[in-house]
Design a protein around this ligand. Structure first.
Ligand SMILES: [Zn+2]
Length: 777
């Protein structure tokens, strides 16, 4: 090999090897968790695990800061290879004269190397390593990247690291919004981070900042007016607390995405107003020892969460569990699931919008539900039962629909917390036997509204339209959509449900709620859990869903803690800030118009007196015809029932009559004075068609009863119950052909029955007889 070449390689190797062997600056320090709103507003942050305010990411370095920094520290930054021989030589001379290291002569790149090595004490060895690392950094990174590394890792005094954290702590705004004066002050701080102390060093800081501003002006980065105004600006003082606009959401991401900077879907203005409104209501609720509330606003189209208030943020909130994020806490649902059952039964054709449902005292295996006001309507339309949130009709509906099918529907629509079997929940599932979270609930209502909107717009169903609320803004990933041939709920069933939920007659709604009528365009439902522990309210317009929970994080119940009194007022105030809305478009293609019995709400039968044209789901065509209208034969004065056995045929008037079963009639009559009981049968006439005068309320024929034992091991007694169209008639009771007692007015009696089959027979004083076969297991 040529000797000159050998020398060249050797010399080059001596220079290059140390550079290549030197460490490449790396930053593995923990980062703060930072939460931004959709528009970039800082919502909140949590300190990094090492106790430093150090924002994640190496964002763009704003021009004002870059110009200030390079003017102050390293004006040849864009021209040197990581080290600046001129300034190193100059500082070396200075250090020799002083006898110690006083100035570094460091470039920005060398400072990056120095910071990455943990700011070790200055020494000549350390200096050489920094220089080699700096050269290596220049080989591997762009100038822009080096500036980013510097500005996100430089110390800015105290526990503030990096430009973005410093900008928020010292100026209360993002580094992209700072002024020239602020940029200049911030550019100085990393050089002597201890400069910023309230009331100390302010004169030095001001002098340095003003000098720097002057140099910036000389370089014509700013004009004279900006320069003069900048000199007048105050200096950064004591670090300010970071914004805390969504503390529970920040905590949420602190756990799920620690050390990351998250761009959320939150609308900062809505978030602030929702927080204020929630706190106003919270103050009132505290008068009744209700200490916690949570609310969410979700945009229907995208599912984006626009406001997320996980709990009260009043001053005394932390003392009452205010730090708990209730939005993700599973709580008893109360009645809040009833609309889904109503929708499911519309879709299946099990009921029509106003089908009468029995509302009579009923015992189901293991529990006997009561209505909120402890009264019974006898029979109520399904829509009224829904808007008044009656419990017994809901349980009867679930029994008819099938709890397992309903649980499956809950899963398919997006509820994630019902993880037990249908047997475990039983029929109480519809009354709050299971738990959901405000997150799931609001998400499901948003999905339903999205499905309805999509259908009325495109006549299509997509599986992807059922999804959880969305919290983070993600780049638009164009994932394919798959059409759903068998959607959990149809647009028409959702629309009919929303129509029913738009009505304003609600329990306890007599006063103070009239103003709801002035804001139509909202389908809403409340729920109250057993023991008054949870008050829910959820409302949807075509564009937004608002979900509200009120209660105590401790789980303590309070009298008066109901969905309607505690949660609904907050929900309405939140709906009001979203502005006026139009109503959902009608999915006409999926609805069919059929004649419906005006009195029973069933599909009109041949004997129904009056019918109404009603929009129903297509399956409604197959629904049961009105079972309550029947033709009866009357005498001329229509006072008695007759038959052709006892009256000449031309004296018989045939008339359609609305006849409810005895138990329903007994309660229905009390609330419906227009209801006419069947006339008595004329003496000497045998009743033509047998219309029962009595009916078992409990036990019902064929039922299997489990009779628990009491503490002494004895079988407990069963209370049986019979409804008679005329309660004043005496009823005689027989169990397995043995007489056990007589009742009048209140037809209930206690019986004691061992395991096996039994026959309960009751006979009234006119000889009418009904029998009930039941089994005790
Ligand atoms: Zn009818």
């Amino acid at each position: 090999m040529n000797r000159k070449l050998k020398i060249f390689i050797a010399v080059t190797g001596v220079i290059i090897a140390p550079v290549l062997l030197s460490p490449l600056p790396r930053f593995r320090t923990p980062r703060s968790t930072v939460i931004d709103a959709a528009d970039g507003t800082l919502l909140g942050a949590r300190i990094a695990d090492d106790g430093q305010w150090r924002f994640p990411g190496s964002g763009e370095v704003p021009a004002k800061f870059e110009k200030s920094l390079l003017t102050f520290e390293d004006q040849w930054f864009y021209y040197h290879p990581g080290i600046n021989p001129v300034s190193i030589f100059r500082s070396l001379i200075g250090n020799i004269k002083a006898g110690k290291i006083v100035t570094g002569g460091s470039t920005i790149t060398m400072q990056v190397a120095r910071i990455s090595r943990g700011n070790r004490p200055r020494s000549y060895t350390e200096k050489i390593i920094e220089m080699l690392s700096a050269v290596k950094l220049e080989l591997f990174c762009s100038k822009k990247k080096i500036l980013q590394l510097y500005s996100s890792n430089a110390p800015f005094g105290g526990n503030t690291v990096g430009l973005e954290a410093a900008a928020w702590r010292y100026t209360g705004k993002s580094c992209t919004d700072i002024t020239w004066a602020e940029a200049a002050a911030l550019a100085i701080l990393p050089n002597s981070p201890s400069l910023v102390f309230p009331g100390r060093n302010q004169a030095i800081l001001k002098k340095r900042r003003d000098d720097l501003l002057h140099r910036i002006y000389e370089r014509k980065y700013i004009d004279s007016v900006t320069f003069v105004l900048a000199l007048d600006e105050p200096l950064p003082g004591e670090p300010k607390p970071l914004p805390s606009r969504a503390p529970h959401l920040t905590d949420h991401f602190f756990i799920t995405n620690n050390g990351e900077r998250i761009k959320t879907t939150i609308d900062p203005e809505l978030q602030q107003r929702a927080t204020e409104i929630l706190n106003i209501h919270q103050k009132d609720l505290e008068g009744n020892y209700i200490f916690n509330s949570a609310c969410m606003i979700v945009e229907v189209e995208t599912g984006n969460v626009l406001a997320y208030v996980g709990n009260s943020t009043l001053e005394d909130a932390p003392a009452h569990g205010g730090n708990v994020d209730i939005i993700h806490s599973p709580r008893s649902t109360g009645s809040i699931l009833k609309p889904l059952l109503y929708a499911a039964m519309q879709k299946s054709g099990d009921i029509l919008p106003n089908t009468l449902i029995a509302d009579i005292p009923t015992r189901f295996p293991g529990f006997s539900p009561k209505n909120f006001d402890q009264s019974y309507g006898g029979a109520v339309s399904a829509a009224s039962a829904l808007s008044q949130s009656l419990n017994i009709p809901a349980v009867k509906m679930l029994q008819k629909y099938n709890p397992e099918k309903f649980l499956d529907l809950l899963h398919k629509t997006g509820f994630t917390t019902f993880n037990k079997t249908a047997d475990y929940y039983g029929l109480s599932l519809i009354l709050g036997g299971g738990e959901t979270s405000l997150w799931d609930l609001t998400g499901v209502y948003a999905s339903l509204s999205r499905v309805l909107n999509r259908y009325t717009r495109e006549k299509k169903y997509y599986k992807e339209d059922y999804h959880a609320p969305v919290l983070t803004l993600k780049p638009d990933t164009k994932t394919g959509k798959s059409e759903d041939p068998d959607p959990p709920l149809s647009a028409s069933s959702i629309w009919l449900t929303y129509e029913a939920l738009q009505r304003v007659n609600r329990p306890e709604s007599e006063s103070g709620w009239q103003y709801f009528t002035s804001s139509p365009g909202l389908a809403w439902k409340t729920g109250t859990s057993f023991g008054f522990r949870d008050g829910w309210a959820v409302g949807t317009t075509p564009r937004y869903v608002v979900g509200v929970w009120t209660g105590n994080a401790s789980g303590e119940g309070r009298p008066g803690l109901t969905g309607i009194t505690a949660a609904a007022p907050l929900m309405f105030d939140l709906v009001n800030i979203l502005g006026q809305e139009s109503w959902f478009k009608t999915p006409n293609e999926e609805l069919t118009i059929i004649p419906v019995c005006s009195r029973s709400g069933f599909r009109a039968g041949p004997d129904c007196e009056e019918t109404t044209e009603t929009q129903v789901c297509v399956n409604g065509l197959r629904s049961e015809a009105c079972p309550f209208h029947q033709i009866i034969h009357l005498n001329k004065s229509k006072t008695l029932q007759v038959t052709s056995d006892c009256v000449p045929p031309d004296e018989i008037i045939n008339e359609s009559w609305f006849v409810l079963p005895p138990a329903m009639e007994y309660f229905y009559k009390k609330k419906h004075p227009e209801y006419k009981s069947l006339p008595a049968v004329a003496p000497g006439c045998s009743a033509g068609r047998i219309i029962p005068v009595m009916e078992f309320i409990y036990p019902t024929p064929g039922i299997k009863i489990f009779i628990p034992r009491d503490q002494t091991g004895e079988l407990t007694r069963v209370i049986t119950d019979v409804a008679h169209r005329n309660p004043s008639k005496k009823i005689f009771w027989h169990l397995d052909e043995t007489y056990i007692g007589t009742t009048q007015f209140i037809h209930q009696i206690e019986i004691l029955a061992g395991s096996g089959n039994h026959i309960l027979t009751v006979v009234d004083e006119d000889g009418n007889t009904i029998r009930c076969l039941f089994t005790v297991i």
